[in-house]
Design a protein around this ligand. Structure first.
Ligand SMILES: Cc1cc2nc3c(=O)[nH]c(=O)nc-3n(C[C@H](O)[C@H](O)[C@H](O)COP(=O)(O)OP(=O)(O)OC[C@H]3O[C@@H](n4cnc5c(N)ncnc54)[C@H](O)[C@@H]3O)c2cc1C
Length: 313
């Protein structure tokens, strides 16, 4: 049975166990959230051994080259030694502002203590002082001085309730990342863009939309935002104004009861999406269903960028 070494600790990795499971079982304190290879919160570095490519999915090439990997989806077949990630993959920051965007969404702005490179629409792990980590997508543009996150408040949600009720301007946090490929890549400026998301799935789409405009994207851009109730359609006025100044942008706010499920609205309004580039974010069921439907309608998977907001395990 292979052993994983982490500091003074040596943990056997049993059967189907992941490296993360083995470390947690042995009493190590490793931050983690989704435990499914999606959120990036548990990323570590392998200093002895070679991470399987499958455990490095979604990590940027420079991190892969340094042995960064996701222990929650790593099943080694030989002994390995791992350490925490270095300063190049995380930055300390302070909460710069907290504003309610709706009755259930808080905009968190973070001032980083060092430059932090990212693409709007990627996600980071927000790590609280006690080590609690959750992923949030970046709504800000790189040129803006602060990182912007939109946090949906969940009843009994450990991170989101803290953000809503107890976090204060000036509180220190750590930001790990960025991860994910849900971002605008300049080029093909005439390609239609299809952006769809529910709830705070708007955060990365808002980043992608503004980034595309900043790069002079000239093709039609359609933004579909779904919510259960009208209050959930936050940033509505701002997005409407943005359409007024950019006639090639269409904003389609949809409500489940009045308009039907978001995926149906998208497919009705975009019956021939082949050739477009799509960004899908938020509810995992919606993201996975729409991704498959768009593929079946002729879109290539390389043109579909998706981030499912999987809850922490
Ligand atoms: C790649 C990625 C990007 C993300 N981006 C964002 C973002 O930009 N904005 C944002 O608000 N969230 C985002 N999330 C979700 C976020 O990471 C947390 O899962 C969420 O904020 C809940 O954390 P919590 O600690 O408040 O709740 P927890 O303490 O983790 O959960 C509390 C309870 O709520 C349930 N729960 C958790 N999440 C959900 C959910 N989505 N729907 C229904 N029930 C749930 C849990 O099962 C549990 O019972 C993202 C997730 C991923 C993987």
């Amino acid at each position: 049975m292979p052993t994983v070494r982490y500091g003074d600790l040596a943990a056997p990795v049993a059967g189907e166990e992941s490296v993360l499971d083995a470390l947690l079982r042995a009493g190590a304190s490793v931050r983690h959230a989704c435990r499914a290879g999606s959120c990036g919160s548990c990323m570590l570095r392998m200093v002895d051994g070679a991470p399987a490519p499958a455990s490095q999915v979604g990590l940027k090439p420079s991190w892969r080259a340094q042995g960064y990997f996701l222990p929650c989806i790593c099943h080694p077949d030989a002994d390995i030694t791992v350490t925490d990630v270095g300063a190049d993959a995380q930055v300390t920051a302070r909460i710069a502002s907290l504003d309610a965007l709706s009755d259930s969404v808080v905009r968190v702005r973070l001032a980083c203590d060092a430059p932090f490179d990212y693409h709007p629409g990627q996600y980071v792990s927000l790590v609280r002082e006690d080590g609690l980590a959750r992923s949030y997508s970046l709504a800000s543009l790189g040129a803006e001085p602060e990182l912007e996150l939109h946090v949906r408040c969940l009843a009994k949600g450990r991170m989101s309730e803290w953000v809503r009720h107890r976090a204060r301007v000036g509180d220190p946090v750590r930001v790990l990342g960025p991860s994910g490929d849900c971002f605008y890549v300049p080029g093909r400026p005439e390609q239609p863009l299809l952006l769809a998301g529910t709830g705070t799935g708007l955060a990365p789409l808002y980043g992608v939309l503004r980034d595309a405009l900043a790069h002079g994207h000239s093709g039609a851009i359609r933004l579909f935002h779904g919510a259960l109730r009208p209050e959930g359609l936050y940033l509505r006025e701002e997005l409407t104004r943005l359409c007024d100044t950019h006639p090639h942008v269409e904003y389609v706010p949809t409500l489940l009861e009045a308009d039907g499920p978001l995926d149906r609205v998208v497919l009705d309004r975009c019956p021939a999406p082949a050739g477009s580039r799509a960004f899908l974010c938020g509810d995992p069921g919606l993201v996975q269903g729409l991704r498959k439907a768009l593929f079946l309608q002729g879109m290539t998977l390389g043109d579909i960028h998706a981030d499912a907001f999987l809850p922490a395990a």
